[in-house]
Design a protein around this ligand. Structure first.
Ligand SMILES: NC(=O)c1ccc[n+]([C@@H]2O[C@H](COP(=O)([O-])OP(=O)(O)OC[C@H]3O[C@@H](n4cnc5c(N)ncnc54)[C@H](O)[C@@H]3O)[C@@H](O)[C@H]2O)c1
Ligand SMILES: O=C(O)C[C@H](O)C(=O)O
Length: 330
């Protein structure tokens, strides 16, 4: 690390949770922003979990990471987001038994509205926000709606985990390495309606559509990727944590450092109307990153099967937006 490098402020909400525990050590070791950028961590938690977050901070100290310039454990969003460069919004209210969808959206509105306001009030000019906490796309939409002074394209929702899951499934099916797969895409919502799309993907330079049959794509690939989160919960008794943390690292690293030439990835970004997705929705698209910004991949052919899948997932996002509007959350 250069002695002159100014630490980046990285705020992680839900820092005492499962994903937080899998994420913080990787950030502090330099995997989020690279080996030349020291980081100052801010751990935001609700008061009952502050003590646990303090325990994690003690462990972070005990790793003696050369890039870790300091740690603050906080329960106040304004303080946590003051001067923040990278905000990872992981903490969210999970759905519990008997909870209706409106209750879930309301509870999360109570978290993401004040956090959006706090980011608006104090974030650094170059702030980048990644929402991981579910429902991630709509939580990002709520936060962005309450941060009018921050460019909307700085608010993103995580679909990189879905993307990585799709890469792994296609690699296994085709007997290839994950690094031989290019141009997969996740469209829509981070939910079971998402559309994992391999119509533009290549495997070792060959079109994926020539290597797998449509029945496998429709009956196995799409549902396996879209329902993977539920399958992990069923198997582990808790939702994915290390793989989610890994995807958050990948998302921010790619955002800052760019996508490789000839490839793309997937991220939930604010739509400007691309591919007929209503403007303002936070939807997943195939994206490249260059110059520190995401760009939706333009001019892709969308066949009828893909169109119907994209439309179905986008319709769910529109419904979620209508719900949060009718609940007065935006
Ligand atoms: N987008 C994705 O791909 C993806 C993948 C996996 C999990 N998730 C979601 O990520 C979220 C976190 O998962 P987890 O396993 O770490 O959950 P967890 O329950 O282990 O941890 C959540 C933490 O958030 C904290 N929290 C709650 N409200 C907060 C607030 N207002 N401010 C700060 N912290 C707050 C809780 O105290 C808790 O420590 C969940 O919503 C989960 O569904 C998303
Ligand atoms: O937490 C969940 O509901 C599942 C999670 O979003 C995942 O995709 O693993």
């Amino acid at each position: 690390m250069s002695a002159a490098a100014t630490p980046a402020v990285v705020t992680v909400t839900g820092a005492a949770g499962q994903i937080g525990y899998a994420l913080l050590f990787r950030i502090a070791s330099g995997q989020l922003l690279g080996p030349d950028t020291p980081v100052r961590l801010r751990l935001l938690e609700i008061p009952p979990a502050v003590r646990a977050a303090e325990g994690t901070a003690m462990e972070l100290d005990d790793c003696a990471f050369p890039l870790l310039a300091g740690i603050d454990v906080l329960d106040d969003a304004r303080a946590a987001f003051d001067g923040v460069n990278v905000a990872l919004l992981v903490g969210a209210r999970p759905r519990t038994a008997g909870m209706e969808r409106g209750d879930l959206l309301s509870a999360n509105g109570g978290i993401f509205r004040p956090q959006g306001e706090a980011i608006n009030a104090g974030a650094a000019d170059d702030v980048r926000v990644l929402v991981v906490g579910n429902p991630a796309n709509t939580n990002a939409f709520i936060a962005a709606s309450h941060a009018p002074d921050v460019p909307a394209d700085r608010f993103t929702a995580m679909t990189r985990l879905d993307h990585n899951r799709a890469v792994a499934q296609l690699a296994a099916r085709t007997g290839s390495g994950v690094d031989e797969i290019r141009r997969l895409a996740i469209w829509g919502n981070h939910s079971a309606t998402q559309y994992p799309d391999l119509t533009h993907a290549t495997v070792r330079g060959q079109a994926a559509t020539g290597l797998v049959d449509h029945e496998w794509v429709e009956q196995t690939f799409i549902p396996t990727v879209a329902k993977r989160g539920a399958a992990i919960i069923e198997a582990r008794g808790a939702s994915s944590a290390a793989s989610a943390a890994n995807a958050a690292i990948d998302h921010v690293h790619t955002w800052v450092h760019g996508t490789p030439e000839g490839d793309w990835t997937s991220a939930g970004v604010v739509s400007h109307g691309e591919y007929g997705v209503p403007e303002g929705l936070v939807a997943s698209f195939p994206v490249t990153s260059s110059g520190g910004a995401w760009h939706v991949v333009p001019d892709l052919d969308v066949d009828d099967f893909s169109r119907a899948r994209i439309d179905a997932s986008v319709a769910e996002l529109v419904e979620e937006r209508e719900s949060v509007r009718s609940l007065g959350l935006v």
